[in-house]
Design a protein around this ligand. Structure first.
Ligand code: COA
Length: 535
């Protein structure tokens, strides 16, 4: 296969300056991640320790195979939201290996407001279940939660993808043979009682866990009955009397060992056999990516340089290299696995959109997963391109990307604006995983364009009303829009709201992709049936 020859000079001033800028960005983002991973305030940790309970991350560490990776999903959830009172969204989710099986782990953080569910906690829980269902993963719930965060009940309880959706998802996954296991290490209250109750197998910890539909205060208020938590719905009650749970563990360690045993006795399923050869490192150091990404993303960079630092041996069999050159398509290997890659090298023209649709057809027929490297400002506009049918060529691409059955994995490496986000397998197009690089941006349009559009609309409106608009007023409108757009299009803003699965270090992209590809192979790749391609 042809090797990509890099044109980057690692001694140039541009390279060195960009390298320092991006390295610092990565350090800043990782410092935030470390802080968020501590969970709730020190006071809550002290109480937790005094009770002799493990922290949710310690539980995960103990339940997964030693020295195996944990692919955390949504580590930035809740950042700078709710006065920063829900770090990590109050729940830790990710894929770990238990006796070699890929398992989605959903663990309440009891140090964050008693493990209760804010809107972002709900979104994260549902996202984790969706990943599990899409990739045929078994689920392990580490339950320690007071249920709904009551002050925000209207935003977490009634809607389609709110609290009730958890149990629906569990029932559906169980029916597909995806094992649902709960280890109850604290409370499962009210709706929260149904996370364990809907599981296939449930473990409770003696004198520490309880499950009830109404807790002692509610029982007292409703019936006048005075009862303590243990007598109402403790581990002994549910494993001996009610049958709500199946196993009684003397402590958390024993409960986690029991969970591992349950997965050990699960029949192994064969993974989909994607074409694979012996993996090879890229020819170029992935850390050089720091020196390639410009500080200001309006400056273009060549996506071939990124591909060269992600794929095995920097080998890339490019498809249609001379046609529609603002889109780069081709086959490569990552960790030995055969993949298709689609990356941006500028604005989308009708030819580039047609090329994308053609390439997705090739991958779909061959059942080869597709990696999308997004750095896109949008589709070309203007009379010539409208007449040429940009919209119908864009529609072909969107049809292909929406209906292909092959796993899609998206990494936003630069800009992600407008319809380009959609065509390049943005969140709405169900890529199995979607990550952002620290300096990347996501919005309907860039701050500059948004400021131009909104200023023009406002000025026309004021003129219609017969009012004069001064230069100062125009400047102030522009600045306000620009500031708002800049703040709301950062990777951190996106990741806090779970528009993506996390912000990753560009130099580790290859490792994330390898892990993600292996996880997707838990599900067979089906034949693709496309819809109508507008001709
Ligand atoms: N909604 C909002 N906040 C809640 C909450 C809820 N359901 N449950 C607990 N909290 C908050 C507490 O106000 C406290 O906040 P603070 O740290 O700012 O003071 C924090 O979570 C920890 O609560 P605390 O009771 O001190 O901790 P705990 O570990 O002793 O007990 C619970 C945690 C969840 C077991 C206990 O608070 C409880 O039973 N809560 C009510 C659960 C319930 O009935 N939920 C109904 C769900 S539909």
């Amino acid at each position: 296969m042809a090797k990509i020859i890099s044109n980057i000079s690692t001694n140039s001033e541009d390279f060195k300056r960009r390298y320092e800028f991006n390295k610092k960005k990565v350090e800043e983002i990782e410092a935030i991640r470390n802080e968020l991973s501590k969970g709730g305030p020190p006071k809550a940790h002290e109480v937790n320790k005094k009770r002799g309970k493990l922290f949710c991350r310690e539980r995960i560490e103990k339940v997964i195979d030693k020295d195996s990776p944990f692919l955390e999903i949504g580590p930035y959830a809740g950042y700078d939201m709710y006065d920063n009172s829900a770090p990590c969204g109050g729940i830790v989710t990710g894929i770990g290996r238990i006796h070699g099986r890929d398992v989605m782990i959903i663990a309440n953080d009891q140090t964050v407001k008693g493990g209760t569910y804010h809107p972002i906690t709900i979104k994260k829980h549902v996202r984790a279940q969706r990943i599990a269902e899409e990739n045929n993963l078994h689920c392990l719930y580490l339950v320690d939660s007071g249920g709904v965060f009551l002050p925000m009940q209207d935003e977490v309880y009634p809607d389609k993808e709110h609290f009730g959706n958890f149990f629906y998802n569990q029932a559906v996954m169980s029916s597909k043979g995806l094992l649902q296991v709960a280890v109850v290490t604290g409370l499962g209250t009210a709706g929260g009682a149904y996370v364990p109750a809907m599981c296939d197998q449930v473990i409770m910890v003696k004198n520490q866990s309880a499950i009830f539909i109404g807790g002692p205060p509610l029982v007292k208020a409703a019936t006048g009955e005075e009862i303590d938590a243990e007598t109402l719905g403790g581990a002994d009650v549910h494993t001996r009397i009610s049958g709500v749970a199946d196993y009684l563990a003397n402590n958390e360690e024993e409960a986690l060992r029991k969970a591992r045993e349950i997965f050990l006795n699960l029949p192994r399923r064969k993974k989909y056999e994607l074409d694979r050869v012996e993996p090879e490192d890229p020819l170029y150091d992935p850390e050089e990516i720091y020196g390639i990404i410009p500080e200001d993303l309006s400056i273009p960079f060549d996506v071939h340089e990124i591909i060269a630092r992600i794929v095995d041996a920097s080998e890339f069999e490019e498809f249609k290299p001379l046609y529609g050159q603002t889109l780069v398509t081709g086959f490569a290997r990552i960790g030995g696995y055969l993949v298709g890659i689609i990356g941006n090298n500028g604005v989308i023209f009708p030819e580039s959109a047609q090329k994308a649709a053609h390439f997705i057809e090739l991958c779909s027929l061959r059942k080869v997963p597709i990696i999308f490297l997004q750095n896109i400002t949008g589709f070309i506009i203007g009379k010539q391109y409208e007449h040429q049918g940009m919209a119908k060529d864009g529609a072909k691409w969107i049809t292909a990307v929406s209906t292909t059955s092959v796993p899609k994995i998206t990494v936003i490496i630069g800009n992600s604006y407008g319809a380009g986000n959609y065509a390049m397998a943005g969140r709405g197009y169900n890529p199995r995983f979607l990550w952002m690089w620290p300096n990347s941006k996501i919005a309907v349009m860039g701050p500059q364009q948004a400021a131009d559009v909104l200023t023009m609309v406002k000025v026309n409106q004021l003129k219609r009303e017969g009012k004069d608009v001064s230069e100062d007023e125009i400047k102030s409108i522009r600045e306000k829009v620009m500031k708002d757009y800049e703040m709301k299009s950062t990777a951190l803003y996106s990741s806090a709201r779970l528009w993506d699965d996390g912000i990753i270090d560009p130099k580790k992209t290859r490792e994330y992709l390898m892990l993600a590809l292996e996880i997707t192979l838990n599900k067979p790749i089906e034949d693709t049936k496309f819809g109508i391609f507008r001709m």
